[in-house]
Design a protein around this ligand. Structure first.
Ligand code: SF4
Length: 313
């Protein structure tokens, strides 16, 4: 059994206990556990290592939609981000991300106010307060102005069309639920309401409406059903640019299918050894472009249209 190797420090293809101690002392990261381990062996081994140190570390795979979709988009990008831990070093500020952060933040701040304090002007004020503190990623004042006007338009439309008096159960919270010893689901959910029809999960999109990926909402539903209660759940993307809502039901069946999808994706991640690059249109938004030959070559032969934005916002 692989766990024995942690206790005894030796076992064929695994490295010795000293090496394990090193991993543990550096802070175990799921993706950095030796590839020799299978997906289901990792938590047991981690637990055995934890017992040696007398501390508990969860070793379930932390599956967020962002993480799973990055692996699907480009395995090399996933490796650079999660396995090699280079995300912070290569992080690039982007105008659409800064705008998105401020719009989401202002909506969060608004629903934390008492109902009497909420208004369209207050919402814009909240966004501007945030904007003054973070103005990174814009090429120049002109570009910043364009994004600022876009953010203002999205929030004004929201304030004029949507119910500002609603009292959400949660806004912009980070959630984590353990599904079992091997898998945890993580998600930052923009808003959760309870209304006459049950629970309603809302994910704001500041980008243009596109074909939605149902997995994201179903993953949120899997989290909410465990954190709150098994009331009927609806989940929506709300496109702030147009005011459009795309809503779907989360039933036992849809959530079971989503969980199976997540498990298959996680198993593929655990089995990955090579992490090949997948050059494509999204390379233009990849923080690792400067160290990725495949991405650079792709963009040389497929120049981007100025102002284009990626779908993940
Ligand atoms: S630049 Fe493109 S191919 Fe290279 S890591 Fe990023 S997404 Fe993958």
């Amino acid at each position: 059994m692989q766990v024995a190797s942690c206790e005894s420090g030796s076992n064929g293809h695994l490295k010795g206990f000293a090496q394990w101690r090193l991993w543990v002392s550096r802070g175990l990261k799921w993706d950095r556990l030796p590839q020799a381990l299978t997906y289901s062996e990792r938590p047991s081994l981690a637990l055995a290592c934890d017992r040696k140190r007398g501390i508990i570390i969860s070793m379930s795979y932390p599956a967020s939609y962002f993480r799973l979709s990055m692996f699907r988009q480009c395995r090399q990008r996933y490796k650079l981000h999660y396995v090699d831990g280079l995300a912070q070093e290569y992080r690039k500020a982007r105008p659409y991300l800064t705008m998105g952060e401020h719009v989401h933040g202002a909506l969060r701040d608004l629903f934390l106010l008492s109902v009497g304090e909420r208004s369209e002007d207050r919402l814009i004020e909240l966004m501007r307060d945030r904007w003054r503190k973070n103005r990174e990623g814009f090429a120049d004042r002109e570009e910043e102005k364009v994004y600022g006007e876009r953010a203002t338009g999205q929030l004004r439309r929201f304030a004029q069309k949507e119910d500002l008096a609603i009292q959400p159960l949660a806004v912009e919270d980070n959630h984590k639920v353990e599904i079992d010893d091997t898998l945890a689901l993580l998600g930052r959910i923009d808003r959760i309401d309870r209304d006459g029809e049950g629970l309603h999960i809302i994910d704001y999109k500041t980008g243009s409406p596109r074909e939605p990926d149902p997995l994201q909402l179903q993953m949120y539903a899997l989290i909410v059903v465990r954190e709150f209660d098994p009331a009927p759940i609806r989940a929506s993307y709300h496109y702030l640019e147009t005011g459009e809502w795309i809503t779907e039901e989360a039933t036992g069946e849809t959530m079971a299918r989503a969980l199976e999808d997540v498990r298959q994706r996680v198993a593929a991640i655990a089995a990955e050894r090579e992490y090949p690059a997948s050059p494509g249109p999204l390379c233009g938004y990849c923080d690792f472009l400067e160290i990725c030959r495949g991405g650079e070559d792709f963009l040389e032969s497929h120049p981007r249209t100025p102002g284009e934005e990626p779908p993940l916002q």
